[in-house]
Each structure stands twice: as C-alpha cells, then as structure tokens.
Design a protein around this ligand. Sequence first.
Ligand code: SF4
Length: 435
Amino acid sequence: MKFFIYTFGCKTNTYESEAMSRLLLETGKYEAALTYKGADAVIVNSCMVTEESEKKARKLIRRIRRENPSSCILLCGCMPQVKEKECLDTGADIICGNTKRADIPSLIDSFFESKEKGAPEKILAVAPHGKKEQFEMLAPSGYKSLTRANLKIEDGCDCYCSYCVIPFARGHVRSMPIEEVFRVAKDLVGSGHREIVLTGINIGMYGRDIGVSIYDAVKAAASAGAERIRLGSVEIDLINDETIMKLSQIKELCPHFHTSLQSGSDTVLKAMHRRYDAKEYLRKINLLRENFENASITTDVIVGFPGETEEDFLDTVSFVKKTGFFRIHVFPYSRRPGTVAADFPNQVPQEEKKRRVHVLEEVAAGLKKDFLSSQIGKTANVLFERIESGTARGHAENYVEVRAKTKENVKNQILKVKIKGVSDDGEYVIGDIVT
Ligand code: SF4
C-alpha cells in the first residue's frame, strides 16, 4: 500500500507530516508514493490560520477525489480540530484531529477493512485538547534534505490574540522534556544534519509547563553537537532582556529572528490583544541587534484588521521602514469564526485590504534589497543546500540566501563566502567561496 502526504501551513505541520510518514512506514505495510495519483491513502495535513488556507485544502481534496477516486483521503491538522462537522462535507473519508495523529495507521486500516466489506465508512476521529495533555512525542522520518532539520519542541499556545484561532486548534502549551531535545538533536546530528531549527506553535512559551526555558532548549541542542541552531518564530514579549543576553552567548545560535509585529499602530496592537506596543517592540529588536552581530529580523504583518484606519496603516508603514526588516510576510486580515475579532465592527472591505497588502509588499521589497545590499563586502558562513548548473545555493547564518559559482560538490558544507553583490531581482546575494 502506498501513501502520500500533502502539507499546508507552518514548519510545525511539516515536522508532523514527517512524523506521520514515519508512523506509517514503521507499520511495514505502507511505502511512500511519489504523488497523490499513485497513492492508496492520501493525507491532507491542513492549516486554518486563514480562510484562504482552508479553501486550498478543500480544493485539493476535490482534485484528489477526481483524479484518484479509489484512494482513501484522510484530512488531519488544525481544520478538523476546530471544525470537525464542517470537515465532513469536504469529501475526505477520515477526519482526524490533532489529538489523534498517533492513530492514523489504524484509522486508515479500519477504513480499508470497511471498504473491503463493501460498506466503506466515513471515520470521525476528533477529541478536544485536555488541560493536562502531555507533549506528543513524534519522531520525524528520514529527511529528504540532509542540511537542515526541524525539531518540534513545543505545541500549543496560551496567548489568545484576538484574531487567532490557533489556541483552539492546538490547545495549551506542552513542551518536550530537555533530555528528549538533547536526544533527538543528537540523532539528527548523527544522521548528518548541520543545522537544527527549533520549532513549535509558540516557542517563546517553551518550558513553562516543565520549569525550563527556550535558553535551556537551545543549550541542549548545542550540547548535542548541532553546529547551527535556528529558532522558529518567536513572540517578542516572551523573550526577556536577560534571555536575549544569555542566548547571545551560545555561539551555535544563528542571528536570525522571526518575530511577528502584526501592526505598527498601538491602537491596533491593543485590539489584537498583543502584549507589547510599537516602542517596546523596537527596543527589543535593537537589543537583539546589539547582542547578535549582523542579525536579520523577519516578521509578519496583518493589514486590514477590523477598525484599522488609514492612519493606523500608515503608522505600520513608517514603523516597518524605521525597523529595517529583512523580510516581511504581509497577510490581509482573515476573519476566523470563534475568535474575538470575528465579531468586531468596522471590518475593512476586501478591496482596501488588497490595496494595503500591495503597498506594504512594495515597501517590504525595498527593505529586503537594502538589507541584502548591507551584506556586500562581508564574509558569511554559508551552509550549502543544493547545486544547480555550477551554482551552489545556501543560507548564511542570518538566513540570507547566498549563491556562488563552484566546480566542487559543496552540498552540506559550511564555507566562507565573500559577498560581492545582490541579484537583479533583489532576492539573494552573490559571492565567492573563499575557503
Ligand atoms: S501568540 Fe497569538 S498569534 Fe501566535 S499562535 Fe498564540 S494566539 Fe496565535
């Protein structure tokens, strides 16, 4: 029997898809298919952070049903966890919530058994998150790329920002015990990975339930031998000054921080139930820059939040210019049923949201070019991930993409590159390998 997994959403979902793949392979009954067309079971690991991501999952299920009608389609991830009933009309055969991931092989078996008897039964396997729920130990399967591996150390979020559905989909904060972080990181290093990305739903909250902190997790990965450690998205208010100082002492930690701003207007930040104002955000960014040499800061911004005026939006535009982000992911506000903001008055019209996205994306493209230009003349340590037509591509410690000509197979090597220019499209830098 063959399976194929299609993943939407964040790095945590990617990690969980790898883990589900391993669960299926370990049964000995399943092997991976190259596409969903050749699979007996197709798993759609969904995301519901925006309405758009939900629509994409529904559309994909319809396509799979059309092109591979006899396959068993299993819909899992955040969508079923929050809207199990609505998922029944997607066309999927099995609806599986986030708390039932470990049962996926047996759920697929049950479906095929009922199908063999001539009466295939739709299966609904969703249970709510519990207050005392423990961190789910899921090991990833062999990674396709050796260079970089995600390591999920945390699940859940207790913040309840007014626009966000994630705490409902993911439950309370649960953390991987430190000794497990060490053990899994050691495994990943042993299998050749040069860089580990610590991921989770809200990793700034890592360890609150078990009396440790994100600093301890980074330290554990470093002691396991990881040469480079990267943090997934981290909320700025959850990393205090002392932690920033302590983290800067860990030389393996890469100077790249993705921390969601969401808005540069204090009025909007307050309505979003974010726990900082623009001034505090900027202070923390400056502290990161003072403590991490050549640090890059990337962020997410939501535009068109209910009640966001033109003046609020312009505050965001001038704030992002002042902060000098390397990259900004701009999202139009998406109304998520069940969240506080879904019922806010003054929803911004779709067309206006689109215009604001466009304006901010133009600003973001300029900022990216500025940051890349600031790298010219510097020497970066680049982990090369692939080689195409004599050009090696990889990422510097601060996550700038670097390309360099080479005649050698430098894949999975960390080499020094002298940066000499920015690509014409402003997407990456070009340099010469110097060691
Ligand atoms: S911190 Fe806020 S935006 Fe991030 S997952 Fe938690 S509730 Fe959602």
